[in-house]
Structure formats: structure tokens, C-alpha cells
Write a protein that binds this ligand. Structure first.
Ligand code: CMP
Length: 514
């Protein structure tokens, strides 16, 4: 621009003091360089960074006007007006951009509100810039015929519009999308066969980030023609549907209540709207159910569905519900020596497990053997609850493998972990022997195998062994005392433990021993 100024001056034959002009141009370059250096530092701020180029051009234009003023005074008045008009236009651009960033980017971020899409902001700014340009041209060049300008703009617009049909199509589709607002930034959508989270919508296209963490850029015109599924609207909650079949031996109500129990226990499944289970048909080899439940984190839908399926497998296994194969081959096998050896080994392992439990120390090996033959092996998945505080319970568990955590609710109802139990550890003795509600909640920390002893299994032993109730009460008392001593200063909700004689009386009463 400075070169242009000097050149125009020479063309117009103005008297030019070359030495003075060179000094001024030199000064201009130095000051401009200094400003650029300072601006580099200022550009660290995101708001200023957004107006970097306009600010730089504005500074240059102002410096030209300021430092080359004597040169301009000797030039054609239109040249000076043009530079002045440019300075004003650049100042308006910088102001509009700053206002845009502050109002539509920073403010929503501070208030945690959704951002206004880029394309709407750009069009708004463009419209205001055109108005400003017309006013500036009018102000600085009153003689210019704006009608001629408008007509020539229309002609140029027609030519450019034809040449950029696709681009304009995308632009108008982008505008339509922003008016209809079928989705917003941050929504999970499926469009044109792609599923992802909306990252932004520009003039030309909408960008999605897929589950694989890749970007997909879809032209706005393509989106406008397609049907869009928005998983985040009208609310964040999203309904999931799963199908599962159970064998014809399973009463449908038993399967339904096992499934609902799993859904109630799964932490990622919403309580409201409540999950539901529909029997959808009697298939060739299975009774088919459709399970419907809601989640409020669509990003994790695959993981959550997989967790629910995992838990269903474990729950079905415990309840003796089978998920049938499409093809069933009937294998009739006689127990081989190998099978028998495995059965004996498992029996011995269970006996050793029970013999290690102090509650059973007073039982003879014969009694333990009899007890083992009645026990049941149950599997629980990590995260499942084996028993819940306050609920009735008549089973006692010995851990065969895995780890559990015992927690007790504090005064405000928050669970406090009081113990971790591993292989050989046991729990549930209090409710089994006294009929009291569960004194704590036990949750599986890993997948767990437990040997389960029920009240009926114990009843026979207590009836056959008159002293057993007293001996068991002694063990319960000792365990309760140990537990209290292990607990930290303020044990949550733990009341003073009952004495041995009280416990013995409770056991006898509970088992109807008179
Ligand atoms: P029960 O009351 O039948 O059911 C919950 C079980 O958690 C309880 O029996 C005990 O076996 C066990 N339990 C409760 N409190 C503790 C504790 N402080 N330490 C270890 N185990 C406990």
C-alpha cells in the first residue's frame, strides 16, 4: 500500500521530497514490525486470536494514514478516502468479530449453554458487514451510484452462483438445518448411515465424531435429504431393546422376574421410565423375550447392553434358566472315570472349604460331608449384590473363588465398606441362624463362586445335634466381637451385639427347636 501511495504520487507529478518519504516509510515499517511482535504475544488470548488478521490490517492502515499523511495530502483525494474507508471498514469488522466471539462463544461457555452454530453467526456477521460497507461507501464517496453497484453485484452474483451451485446448496441446507434445529452440537445422531456426536456445522458440512473417534464430514445438502435420528432429543434418555430366548422348561414369569431383577440391579439402567420385558413369541426352540430399558448415556450404549447381557447370563445360571442352542444334539453319556474323579475332587474341595469355617468347627466330618451334599454352587458377576442390608435372608455363603465387599449404611444411608472377603471367607451367618434381616450388604468385587448353605440344610443338623445351637451362638458372638474391634471409631449403625445366650435362644426359636 505504501509503494502504491508513492507510485500514485509520482504519477500525479506531485513534488515529492524523496528523503523525507523514505524516512517515513522506514518509520512505518519499524512501527508495524513492532506492532506485529506485540500482537504475537497478544494472540495467546483466544478472543484476540480470532481477530488476528483483521487487527493486523487495521493497524497497518492506521499507521499508513498517520505516518504517510503528508504524502496523502499531496495525492488525489479519492486515494485518501479509499484508505480511510478501508480503515473504518476494518475497524467495524474487528468490532463485529469481537462481539460475535464474546456473545456467542464465551458467554454460552460461562453459562454452560449450547453454542450458536457457526453458519448462523457467519451469515449474521456477513449481513452486518454488507450494511456497514454500503454506509461507508456512501459516507466517503457520496458521488458513487449505489444502484449501478447493486446491479453489477447482481450480475456478478448470478455468475458466481451458477459456478458454485453445490456450495450454495450446502449453504442453504446448512441454514435450513439451523432453522429447523433437528440436532445441536453435542447430540448423538444417525444420518446417512453414520452414527456419531455432532462436533460442528459449518457453511458446507456437518462434522460427526464416531465411536471409533474418527471425524465424518457430511455435506449439509446430503443431510437435508436424509432422515435423521437424534438420540439426544427430546431427552437424553434412550430406549434400548434386547432379545433373549429361554428354554421351554422355564415358566415365563420366572424368566421375566429374573430379567427385571437384573435390570433393577444394573447401575447404568434408568429407574424411570421403568424397564419392561415382553414375551414376543414361542420360537422353534425357545420362548423369546424382548427387553426394553432406558439409559441416559447414549455414548456408552454398546457397553451398557453388553453389561446387561453379561448379568443376564450369570442370573440365568443361578436360577437354573437355560438359554437354548438353535440346534440341540442329545448326547447320552455314561459318567466316565474322569467325571467321577472330578466330582470326588470337587466334593473334597467343598468339604475342606466348609471345614475351614469356624462356624462348622463343632461338626463331625460325617456331618460336614452330609452338609456338602446339600449345598449349591452359585455364580455372581462382578458388581452384583449377593445380599442387601435390611432384607430377609436364609442363606449362608462361603466364597469358593473371587472377592466380595461388605458394606453397612451410615446414618445418612450411604454405604461404608467395612470388610473385604476372599476365598474361604464367609458371610450371611447372622440371618441364616437367627432369622434377623441382613446386617450388611455384600457385593461382588470380581466374578464370584460361592457355596450356598440354606436354612433347610442346617435344620437337619440342628435337630440331630442338641448342643449345636449353643456352639453356633458362641461362634456368632466371637465373630460379632471381632467385627466390632475391627471397625473404625464410629461404626455406622452398628448396635451393641447380642450375647451368646440371647443368640442361642434366637437360633433355637428360629429353627423351632423349643
Ligand atoms: P448377615 O447379617 O446374615 O448378612 C450380611 C452379612 O455381612 C452378615 O451376616 C455378616 O456375615 C457380614 N458382615 C456384616 N458386618 C460385617 C463386618 N463388619 N465384617 C465382616 N462381615 C460382616
Amino acid at each position: 500500500m505504501t509503494t502504491l501511495a508513492v507510485w500514485t504520487l509520482m504519477r500525479e507529478g506531485a513534488t515529492l521530497d524523496l528523503a523525507a518519504a523514505t524516512t517515513r516509510v522506514g518509520l512505518l515499517l519499524v512501527v508495524y514490525l513492532l506492532f506485529t511482535l506485540v500482537q504475537r504475544f497478544l494472540m495467546r488470548h483466544p478472543v484476540l486470536r480470532s481477530v488476528g488478521l483483521q487487527l493486523n490490517l487495521l493497524a497497518l492502515t492506521l499507521l499508513i494514514l498517520l505516518l504517510l499523511r503528508p504524502l496523502f495530502d499531496q495525492m488525489n483525494v479519492h486515494v485518501r478516502s479509499a484508505v480511510q474507508a478501508m480503515a473504518v471498514f476494518l475497524a467495524v469488522s474487528v468490532g463485529l468479530k469481537l462481539l460475535d466471539v464474546l456473545v456467542f462463544e464465551q458467554l454460552p461457555r460461562w453459562r454452560n449453554r449450547p453454542q450458536v452454530p457457526l453458519v448462523v453467526r457467519d451469515i449474521g456477521r456477513l449481513g452486518l458487514s454488507v450494511v456497514a460497507l454500503v454506509l461507508i461507501v456512501r459516507g466517503f464517496f457520496p458521488g458513487v451510484n449505489l444502484n449501478v453497484l447493486a446491479v453489477s453485484s447482481l450480475v456478478v452474483g448470478y455468475i458466481v452462483g451458477n459456478a458454485t451451485q453445490d456450495t450454495l446448496g450446502n449453504l442453504f441446507s446448512g441454514l435450513a438445518l439451523n432453522t429447523e434445529r433437528p440436532f445441536q452440537i453435542g447430540d448423538w445422531v444417525s444420518v446417512s448411515g453414520h452414527t456419531g456426536i455432532v462436533v460442528d456445522t459449518t457453511w458446507r458440512a456437518t462434522r460427526l465424531r464416531t465411536r471409533g473417534n474418527d471425524y465424518i464430514v457430511i455435506p449439509n445438502s446430503a443431510i437435508a435429504k436424509e432422515s435423521i435420528i437424534n438420540y439426544s432429543r427430546p431427552t437424553r434418555s434412550h430406549g434400548c431393546y434386547l432379545s433373549i430366548g429361554v428354554s421351554y422348561n422355564t415358566p415365563p414369569n420366572k424368566a421375566r422376574s429374573a430379567i427385571l431383577q437384573v435390570l433393577r440391579e444394573a447401575p447404568e439402567v434408568c429407574r424411570e421410565p421403568a424397564p419392561s420385558v415382553y414375551l414376543t413369541g414361542y420360537g422353534d426352540f425357545a420362548i423369546n423375550f424382548t427387553i426394553k430399558f432406558f439409559i441416559d448415556d447414549y455414548a456408552r450404549v454398546n457397553q451398557i447392553e453388553s453389561n446387561v447381557m453379561d448379568r443376564l447370563w450369570y442370573a440365568f445360571k443361578r436360577e437354573g434358566i437355560t438359554i437354548p442352542f438353535p440346534i440341540q444334539e442329545e448326547l447320552q453319556r455314561n459318567a466316565t472315570a474322569e467325571d467321577e474323579a472330578r466330582r470326588v475332587a470337587e466334593q473334597e474341595h467343598a468339604q475342606a472349604l466348609l471345614a475351614g469355617v469356624d462356624l462348622f468347627h463343632s461338626l463331625s466330618p460325617e456331618e460336614i460331608k452330609r452338609l456338602v451334599s446339600r449345598t449349591k454352587l452359585e455364580l455372581f458377576a462382578a458388581g452384583e449384590r449377593l445380599c442387601r442390608q435390611g432384607e430377609p435372608g436364609d442363606s449362608f455363603y462361603i466364597i469358593r473363588s473371587g472377592r466380595v465387599a461388605v458394606s453397612i449404611d451410615d446414618a445418612s444411608g450411604h454405604p461404608v465398606i467395612v470388610a473385604h472377603l476372599g476365598e474361604g471367607g464367609f458371610f450371611g451367618e447372622m440371618s441364616l441362624l437367627t432369622g434377623e434381616p441382613r446386617s450388611g450388604t455384600v457385593s461382588a468385587e470380581t466374578d464370584v463362586e460361592v457355596v450356598c448353605v440354606s436354612k433347610q440344610d442346617f435344620a437337619g443338623l440342628l435337630q440331630a445335634n442338641a448342643d449345636l445351637a449353643g456352639k453356633l451362638a458362641a461362634v456368632l458372638e466371637k465373630r460379632a466381637a471381632e467385627r466390632r474391634s475391627r471397625l473404625t471409631t464410629s461404626a455406622p449403625n452398628e448396635s451393641a451385639p447380642p450375647t451368646r445366650s440371647v443368640l442361642a435362644a434366637r437360633i433355637r426359636r428360629f429353627f423351632g427347636l423349643g
